[in-house]
Design a protein around this ligand. Structure first.
Ligand SMILES: [Fe+2]
Length: 175
């Protein structure tokens, strides 16, 4: 990434890329990509109401995650935003932000494909980073179990997509 050099020779943008603000911004990008992904799936499976509703609820959960993270970002002081973030969490957030809904959607032919993609996404770094940010920076002190329950309910919605046999029989709507 191109960074302007300050007088001290330290790359300004590189330093900024390693802040708490950068960490939360990367996570927000990832959550927004998830929401786009699920809303596209809702359209792609609109002809199968059970599936469409699961995708709608998944997308609505992502909207909730985005809202919570925006609250976190707004509650931080400038000093807190510019504080350095743990490089390991930053790397996980970068990895989560690399998720491309378009590429994932291009791989999906059946509801089983969609289920597998969603499962992989929900088991990727994104929820671990979300849990870390929420428990560390949410403006009210929050029990970790609340965040874990929120995520468990979210991922649990995928079980509404019944059996592999049924999922394999449901094909995406021809666009
Ligand atoms: Fe999420």
């Amino acid at each position: 990434m191109a960074g302007s050099q300050s007088e001290t020779g330290i790359s300004v943008s590189t330093t900024r890329d390693r802040t708490i603000e950068a960490l939360i911004t990367l996570l927000l990008q990832a959550e927004e990509a998830c929401q786009r992904f699920y809303l596209h799936l809702m359209e792609a499976f609109a002809h199968e109401p059970t599936a469409a509703e699961v995708w709608w609820m998944m997308g609505a959960d992502e909207a909730g995650h985005i809202r919570l993270l925006e609250q976190v970002l707004h509650s931080l002081s400038p000093e807190q935003r510019q504080a350095p973030a743990d490089p390991l969490w930053l790397e996980q957030a970068r990895s989560a932000a690399r998720f491309s809904p378009e590429k994932a959607l291009a791989r999906i032919q059946t509801l089983e494909d969609a289920y597998q993609e969603a499962h992989a996404l929900e088991n990727s770094e994104i929820n671990a980073v979300f849990e870390f940010v929420m428990t560390s920076y949410f403006p009210k002190s929050l029990q970790r179990s609340f965040v874990l329950n929120l995520l468990r309910t979210h991922v649990g919605r995928l079980e509404g997509l019944r059996t592999p046999e049924w999922r394999q029989s449901v094909v995406v709507k021809a666009s």
